[in-house]
Design a protein around this ligand. Sequence first.
Ligand code: F6P
Ligand code: MG
Length: 441
Amino acid sequence: MAGAPASLSGRDVGSFAYLTIKDRIPQILTKAIDTLHRHKNEFFEKHGEKGTEAEKKAISLLSKLRNELQTDKPIIPFVEKFVDTDIWNQYLEYQQSLADENDGKPRWFFSPWLFVECYMYRRIHEAIIQSPPIDDFDVFQESKEQNFFESEESIIALCTHLQELVTTVEDLDENQLKDAFFKLLQVSLWGNKCDLSLSGGETSSQRTNIINSVEELKPFILVNDMDHLWSLLNNCRKARENTSVTRVDIVLDNSGFELVTDLVLADFLLSSQLATEIHFYGKTIPWFVSDTTLHDFNWLIEQMKDSHHKWMAKCGADWETHIKMGRWVYHDHIFWTLPHEFCVMSQVAPDLYAELQKAHLILFKGDLNYRKLTGDRKWEFTVPFRQALAGFHPAPLCSVRTLKAEVQVGLRPGQAEQLAAAEPDWLTTGKFGVLQFDGPL
Ligand code: F6P
Ligand code: MG
């Protein structure tokens, strides 16, 4: 993008991007290999010798990938035909043209971090689809499910809170409604701490009742635009005629506990009539370890429905009804698992851009979405969010993100310096968060 600062990259030795490529990504690959190995018997039982052969093939492809990465080999094109192969390979050519200017080739520790990290997950997918009959195996599924089960107590607390709220929602005055909305927005924000990519694929579940922590976590929200969201949705509610729609779109991030927090928020938006329709966007392939696929989405609702806990089961049943009645709509699109920054969405995926334009508000969950919103670039911390979005504005939008990468914009002068003095790794631990809004043009 002309005039924009350089991309974050593994070239910057010691940076978070560098450490991720050096340590975290190989660890995730090793875990994926172990997972395949552990399922050896299952593959054999299901497919006989062909299953065993496939498991060996997938493991050897992933080992080769890990070796390419660790020895900083050039990035190679995709060979297996899949819906997005041509777009990916075109993007590789574009990266090649950027590297040419520097007399080099796209490489792991040389190219933009966003690109190589996305490329890594797409290569994992390629290794799997090149290994039929286990070509629909999700190497991260077990971890996602474990995250859900380990967070059960916290999920129960959240569902109980939601059900109490839903039964009294009609009696709430405007201030009480606003407070309830703010609480669940913050729960959804802190739910983003639970991703499994930052932890290198290791467990990262929610074990305490998050609702009780919301107040004490408030000082860690560095940009807090909740008031804007409230005004926008409350005005829609007041102005709405009987038949008209208020649509909130949620670009999902991680499955497990975070997804529950998003669905609880979505449920509340409907019952409070702050919205009448919610559209969710998930990933078409396993992505950044814990990101939500259609399978994860359905699996989680099914688990909730089958729970022995009364309120968890009630949530599951209500959510299934929302889907059946079309009040909740799930979409997927290959754009979400491409390496592109969002400012090119209108050219690369005009259909998706047009879909998002129908929303009154779009919530972008999580860190990776923030990196793509801002192009994963070395912006000054005080640059306005609007500037970093570089023309991406399908509808009013808000990033709901805990910080896990060295990019942040829209801070007050001096705020970043103060944070850095108190906590040198404030950008990357997930301890801090933003609810950062970009309103009507
Ligand atoms: O490897 C760490 C990391 O890749 C972040 O930098 C990345 O953005 C994050 O994991 C995924 O976080 P989230 O699930 O919030 O998008
Ligand atoms: Mg994620």
